[in-house]
Design a protein around this ligand. Structure first.
Ligand code: AMP
Ligand code: GLY
Length: 429
C-alpha cells in the first residue's frame, strides 16, 4: 500500500520509519517532512492545511492510508474532508479533535462525565470584567495557579505560575496583549496539580481502547524541570514506577468514561487519544487530552513496538480493535532531544550538522530528525527541536546511556540538550 504521512517533526520521522517497516507498505510519502525523512520517504510540498490539494495528491498517487501527525490539521477537519472524498485517513474527526482544540470543551467534558481532573473556572476575554474576576479568584484561591488559553497555541498557551503576580501577568497577556490571538477568546484558571506527570497514549476505534506502553515526557527546557515548557525535551517508555493498581485506575476511571462520554456526545472517536495525567499518591487526574501521537513520546514508543503499525491503524479506522493486543519489545527506550540554543524562544537556523554518519547503522539506536533540512546531501538545522536521539536497552539506564552516547557524537553550533532525562524514574529506585 501507498502511505502518506502529514507533518514534519520527530514524531513524523518515527511514524515514517515504523510505517515503512510494515509488510504492507510499498511507497511512503511525507508532507512536508524534514531532512531525515527526505532520505527515507518522498517529500511532498503542500500546505498541511490545504486539504483540497492534499486530497488531490492522495488520489493521484493512489494513497491507501494517510496518517496525520500534528493537531492543527486534525482540529481543522482534515479527517472529515478526506472521508468525504472517499480517502482512508488515520485520526479523529473535527468534532472529536475538539478534545484538544478547546481546553474549555475538554474540561467541561471531564466534569460532565465525572472524570478526575483539577478544579477550574472559565472566563470570556470579551467580558470587560474578566481580568478583575480572574484576579479575584487567584487572590482568594491559593491553588488557582495555572492559566490556559482555550484554543491551540502551539504548546505555548499554558502558564504554570509560582505566585499571584505571575498568574496576573499570564491573564493580562491573554486578554490585553492578545498573545495567543483568537485562541485566547476564552481562558481557564485551573488548580495547580502536584505529582508525577505521565503520558498515556491509546488507540481507539470508536468502541475499543488499546493502550500503548506508559511514557513520561520531560517538558521543561532546563534540568530538574526548571524554566518554560517546550514541546518536550526527552521521553522514555515504559514507566517503571507505574503500579498495576494505578494503571487499572487510569483505564477504569479515565479512559473508559472518556470513551463512554464521547459516545454519549455522539462523537465517534477514532485514532490516537493521548491523556496527559498527573499522578499523586497513585491517584490519576487529567491535565489535558491530545487528539494525536505525542512528540517526543512517539519516538520511544514506536521504537519498542513490534506489531505492524499499518495493520493497527487500519483496524482503528475499520472499528476492528476488539481483542487486539499490541506486541512490544521487552526493553526500555529513551529519546533525548537536541534543540537549538534559545528554544523555546528565538533561535538561529541553518547550522551545519556533523557526526550523524557514524550513527547510521546501529540497530539499537535511531536519530529521528525534527527541525532539519537536507541540502547538497548535508543536514542543516531548521527549527527549535532538531533531533530526538532514540535508543533501547535492557534497563532504562542502559537505554539512556545509549541515547546519550549517540547525542555526544552529533555536533552543530548552538547545540543544547538536557542531561537529566529519566531522572524522575530513578527517584523510585
Ligand atoms: P497542557 O498543554 O494543558 O498539557 O499543559 C502543558 C503542561 O503544563 C502540562 O504537560 C503540565 O506539565 C503543565 N500543566 C498543565 N496543567 C496543569 C495543572 N493543572 N497543574 C499543573 N501543571 C499543569
Ligand atoms: N509531548 C507533548 C505533546 O506531544 O504534546
Amino acid at each position: 500500500m501507498n502511505v502518506l504521512v502529514i507533518g514534519g517533526g520527530g514524531r513524523e520521522h518515527a511514524l515514517v520509519w515504523k510505517l515503512s517497516k510494515s509488510k504492507n507498505t510499498e511507497k511512503i510519502y511525507c508532507c512536508p517532512g524534514n531532512g531525515g525523512i527526505a532520505k527515507e520517504a518522498e517529500i511532498v510540498n503542500i500546505d498541511v492545511n490545504d486539504f483540497k490539494s492534499l486530497s488531490k495528491f492522495a488520489k493521484e498517487k493512489s494513497i491507501d492510508l494517510t496518517v496525520v501527525g500534528p493537531e492543527v490539521p486534525l482540529v481543522n477537519g482534515i479527517v472529515d474532508y478526506f472521508y468525504d472524498e472517499g480517502l482512508k485517513i488515520f485520526g479523529p474527526s473535527k468534532k472529536a479533535a475538539l478534545i484538544e482544540g478547546s481546553k474549555v470543551f475538554a474540561k467541561e467534558f471531564l466534569k460532565k462525565y465525572n472524570i478526575p481532573t483539577g478544579e477550574f473556572s472559565v472566563f470570556d476575554s470579551s467580558d470587560k470584567d474578566c481580568i478583575k474576576k480572574a484576579k479575584e479568584l487567584i487572590q482568594q484561591n491559593k491553588k488557582a495557579r495555572v492559566v490556559k488559553a482555550d484554543g491551540l497555541a502551539a504548546g505555548k498557551g499554558v502558564t504554570v505560575c509560582k505566585n499571584t503576580a505571575e498568574a496576573q501577568w499570564a491573564i493580562e497577556r491573554i486578554v490585553l496583549r492578545k498573545a495567543f490571538g483568537n485562541a485566547g477568546d476564552k481562558f481557564l484558571v485551573e488548580e495547580k496539580l502536584k505529582g508525577e506527570e505521565l503520558s498515556i497514549l491509546v488507540f481507539i476505534d470508536g468502541e475499543n481502547i488499546v493502550p500503548m506502553l506508559p511514557a513520561q515526557d520531560y517538558k521543561q527546557i532546563y534540568e530538574n524541570d526548571k524554566g518554560p515548557n517546550t514541546g518536550g525535551m526527552g521521553a522514555y517508555a515504559p514507566v517503571p514506577f507505574l503500579s498495576k493498581e494505578t494503571s487499572d485506575e487510569i483505564f477504569d476511571k479515565v479512559l473508559l468514561p472518556t470513551l463512554e462520554g464521547f459516545k454519549k456526545e455522539g462523537i465517534v472517536y477514532k485514532g490516537v487519544l493521548y491523556a496527559g495525567l498527573m499522578i499523586d499518591k497513585g491517584v490519576p487526574k487529567v491535565l489535558e487530552f491530545n487528539c494525536r501521537f505525542g512528540d517526543p513520546e512517539t519516538q520511544p514508543l514506536l521504537f519498542l513496538l513490534k506489531s505492524d503499525l499499518t495493520e493497527i491503524m487500519e483496524k482503528t479506522i475499520d472499528g476492528k480493535l476488539k481483542n487486539v493486543k499490541l506486541e512490544w519489545n521487552d526493553k526500555f527506550a529513551a529519546c533525548v532531544v537536541i534543540s537549538a540554543d534559545g528554544y523555546p524562544g528565538s533561535y538561529t537556523k541553518g547550522m551545519k550538522v556533523t557526526g550523524l554518519e557514524e550513527l547510521n547503522d546501529l540497530s539499537h539506536l535511531k536519530v529521528f530528525h525534527a527541525g532539519t533540512k537536507l541540502a547538497d546531501d548535508k543536514i542543516y538545522t531548521n527549527g527549535g527541536r532538531i533531533f530526538g536521539v532514540t535508543s533501547s536497552g535492557k534497563t532504562l539506564r542502559e537505554a539512556l546511556d545509549n541515547a546519550y552516547m549517540g547525542v555526544d557524537r552529533i555536533y552543530f553550533e548552538g547545540k543544547y540538550l538536557r542531561r537529566d532525562i529519566g531522572f524522575r524514574a530513578f527517584k523510585y529506585e
